[in-house]
Write a protein that binds this ligand. Structure first.
Ligand SMILES: Cc1cc2nc3c(=O)[nH]c(=O)nc-3n(C[C@H](O)[C@H](O)[C@H](O)COP(=O)(O)OP(=O)(O)OC[C@H]3O[C@@H](n4cnc5c(N)ncnc54)[C@H](O)[C@@H]3O)c2cc1C
Length: 363
């Protein structure tokens, strides 16, 4: 038996569930499959608070609010006030479940099932899924890969894995941080950052540095954390070779590499990218419109943050410079505007060079 639908969405995380809801709201028939409905995505669960307004989300999902970021490098700490748009911390199992339930309320058919394989024909796709012990075939106009950083569909369609780093993290229940701390420096973070973020049930600490236990052990030591909680690993995508569409398959969220460089936020961009894709599908636009619209909205922001990451996290000397620059109120304002995308920010590198010169001559 073949089940027919307009759109089959694989993956019920923020990207897939958001897309399903928008499609259903516009009466586009869709099926959403999620391998395990009890899956808890390894994630800090930090989302810009304005996402709650953008997507009319229930604020009772918010476990904690964070209105200050601390940048830490060796003995130096810089406070950044983000009270204009705080970060909301959610618990991912509950959050993803809520998003899927919202999609179902709008008319999406949800199956607890795993994607197995696909065949592409002229004008449609046949996917095989495994639901309990049964293999089912679904015929759809398009297939959506919202199956995350380990995307099986990306491997099949593009012959490669999502470019990523293996993070290491652990949940500490004996500490309750109130602010998000970003720690820099080779010892704890390599060429990335390490973090200590408030979490639904305590504090989540971790590092984006390539897999090597010494980084997280150094982080634990520098934070003077004695609790020996279990260290886990999970991949996080780099914004590298983003993939939008190929052979009747659209990619969205982590499977498309839509994670913001430098901060490595993925939830907000998975949801907003899903919204862009829904608009293209609902209006039956050409598939290439998705990449075009996404680039119009985010390309400049993503590439600018990637450049800043490559420059400032290159080595300990540049981190030192970054910390000094961040003490400057105008630099903080520029970066926050860029992060929030509130207005068109020309990240003007001459601005940084002037700030740098001022810093050097003031020594
Ligand atoms: C340690 C860590 C901390 C992070 N912290 C933050 C943070 O604080 N804030 C933030 O914004 N981002 C954070 N991220 C990134 C964020 O988790 C992701 O970018 C985000 O979840 C992407 O959403 P998505 O829907 O694309 O993918 P996912 O959330 O990964 O959802 C994909 C879904 O697809 C399902 N699936 C996969 N394969 C199949 C299959 N074959 N069949 C059926 N279903 C399948 C999975 O079970 C999963 O539910 C963090 C990531 C890591 C690793």
């Amino acid at each position: 038996m073949i089940i027919e639908t307009d759109i089959l969405i694989v993956g019920g995380g923020p990207a897939g569930a958001t897309l399903a809801k928008y499609l259903s709201n516009s009466n586009v028939k869709n099926i959403l499959i999620q391998r395990n409905l009890n899956f808890k995505k390894p994630c800090g669960g930090g989302i810009r608070l304005d996402a709650f307004t953008d997507f009319a989300l229930d604020t009772s999902l918010i476990k904690k609010y964070v209105d200050t970021i601390l940048l830490v490098y060796k003995a130096k700490t810089v406070h950044v006030d983000i009270s204009q748009t705080p970060i909301a911390v959610v618990e991912r199992k509950e959050f993803d479940g809520y998003l899927r339930a919202e999609a179902q309320k709008s008319g999406t058919t949800l199956y607890e099932a795993a994607f197995v394989s696909l065949e592409i024909f002229d004008g449609y796709v046949i996917s095989t899924i495994k639901k309990e012990d049964e293999y089912l075939q679904i015929k759809s106009n398009y297939l959506i890969a919202a199956d995350g950083v380990n995307s099986k569909i990306r491997k099949i369609i593009n012959g490669e894995s999502v470019p990523s780093n293996l993070t290491q993290y652990t949940n500490i229940t004996s500490e309750h941080y109130e602010v998000c701390e970003f720690h820099f420096g080779k010892k704890v973070a390599g060429e990335y950052y390490a973090w200590a973020f408030p979490h639904a049930d305590g504090t989540n600490i971790g590092t984006l540095a390539e897999y090597d236990r010494s980084y997280i052990n150094n982080l634990r030591d520098s934070l003077a954390i004695e609790e020996q909680s279990k260290v886990l690993s999970y991949k996080i995508p780099h914004f590298k070779n983003p993939l939008f569409y190929k052979q009747r398959v659209f990619f969205v969220g982590d499977s498309a590499s839509q994670v913001l460089p430098f901060t490595y936020e993925g939830i907000y961009y998975a949801m907003h990218s899903a919204k862009i894709l829904s608009e293209v599908l609902i209006a039956k636009q050409e598939p290439s419109e998705y990449e075009k619209l996404w680039n119009q909205k985010y390309y400049k922001k993503f590439t600018t943050l990637l450049k800043l990451q490559n420059i400032f996290l290159m080595n300990n000397f540049m981190i030192f410079i970054m910390m000094r620059l961040f003490q400057n109120r105008h630099v903080q304002k520029q970066i926050l505007n860029l992060w929030l995308g509130k207005k068109e920010v020309e990240i003007n590198f001459s601005f940084f060079i002037k700030a740098l010169k001022r810093f050097i001559f003031s020594q």
